[in-house]
Design a protein around this ligand. Structure first.
Ligand code: HEM
Length: 335
């Protein structure tokens, strides 16, 4: 009887084992056919075919369901590598060019010396708009540079606590000063557009080295070709940084994530090149040319400065002053 019971247990155990083996057989067969790299291939294909890999979330903000946005990797690469190189080369390169230029050319002097007579070049309102925009620009540039280069360059020097405190203030400044800066760019556009339309005189001015490369004094109206270039860079560059900046400042209002990545790329690239150009503008307005700073400082320039750098403008101003000074014809009885 005992041997019968042992036989039954043996048969039952064999059946159970067989059942387990048959149940798992298909999966074992399947596993042996699987290409070990197949799952990663499938992920790569997914990443190529879709612009995002999305899950499901129960919170109201559905944007948080995006797990992977492949383009974000390229954007991060641009922001942390390419942008820093482009910006660094543009700004340091411009500084190097200006230092070399100054050492070779020195300050452009007033050839005829000062006459002692002055002429109004910019009104109080024009100077106010210029300095308001320039001050905002400098603060926006410093706070923007902190966003691009602060982490690798400043953080190791001042430590985490000071860096986060400073970055927070810099961010407030960047956000709030964007408004007066935008107003300044619009006013500059309206205020000086009349004098900044390119014309034939500009071609000749450029061909003759603009009086800064050589020792020539090519004629110019109120703004020469170099100043016109700066004007259009400010208007177009300022317009671009403003439009893209507001897109970043109000996330998801104007575009989705791809739009904001593109906006950041335009904003940062234009801003860094803009800074490089403005260094050249600041150079000519200060140590590069004798008498230039006064135009935006006191608002007046020496007549000899006007003759050497803006002869056609001086002629226009003299003609206007003469016309205003001429006595008006007397009203006749017939009238
Ligand atoms: C209306 C004007 C502007 C607005 C609304 C604006 C707004 C912004 C915003 C929202 C950001 C992103 C900040 C962040 O990532 O937390 C930013 C970054 C930046 N801004 Fe501006 N900005 C303006 C003008 C300027 C100007 C004039 C400059 C340069 C002189 C500038 C230079 C930069 C730079 C370099 C960055 C960092 C880019 C990066 O590395 O990601 N911005 N701006």
């Amino acid at each position: 009887m005992a041997s019968f019971a042992r036989s039954i247990r043996l048969i039952a155990g064999a059946w159970a084992l067989l059942l387990i083996l048959t149940a798992s057989a298909p999966s074992i067969a399947q596993q042996s056919q699987i290409n070990p790299t197949a799952s990663s291939v499938r992920e790569r294909q997914l990443l190529q075919e879709f612009d995002r890999i999305q899950g499901r979330v129960s919170i109201p903000d559905q944007r948080s369901s995006v797990l992977i946005q492949p383009a974000g990797r390229e954007w991060r690469e641009f922001r942390t590598v390419a942008l820093r190189w482009v910006g660094g080369i543009a700004i340091l390169g411009m500084l190097a060019v200006l230092v070399i230029f100054y050492l070779r050319r020195g300050m452009v002097r007033l050839e005829a010396g000062r006459s002692g007579r002055t002429i109004v070049r910019f009104t109080t309102f024009e100077r106010f708009v210029h300095w308001m925009t320039a001050t905002c620009f400098i603060v926006l540039a410093i706070s923007g540079l902190n966003i691009t280069f602060g982490r690798p360059l400043l953080l190791p020097l001042i430590g985490h606590e000071a860096f986060s405190e400073w970055s927070q203030w810099a961010k407030y400044a960047h956000n709030y000063l964007s408004f007066p800066f935008t107003i300044g760019v619009v006013l500059i556009f309206l205020m000086w557009i009349a004098g900044n339309i390119p014309n034939k005189v500009d071609v000749d001015w450029v061909k003759r080295g603009g009086g800064i490369v050589g020792r020539d004094h090519p004629p110019a109206y109120r703004f020469n070709a170099g100043q016109k270039a700066i004007y259009w860079i400010v208007v177009i560059g300022g317009g671009l940084v403003a439009a893209t900046g507001y897109e970043l400042m109000f996330p998801f209002y104007l575009s989705g994530i791809e739009g904001m990545q593109f906006a950041q790329m335009v904003h940062a690239t234009v801003a860094l090149l803009f800074m490089a150009v403005m260094l050249a503008h600041i150079y000519i307005g200060t140590i590069g040319m004798e008498g230039a700073f006064e135009a935006m400082g006191s608002g007046t320039v020496d007549v000899n400065w006007a003759r050497e750098h803006h002869s056609l403008w001086l002629e226009e101003e003299n003609a206007r002053a003469e016309a205003n000074a001429r006595p008006r014809p007397a009203v006749t009885a017939a009238e």
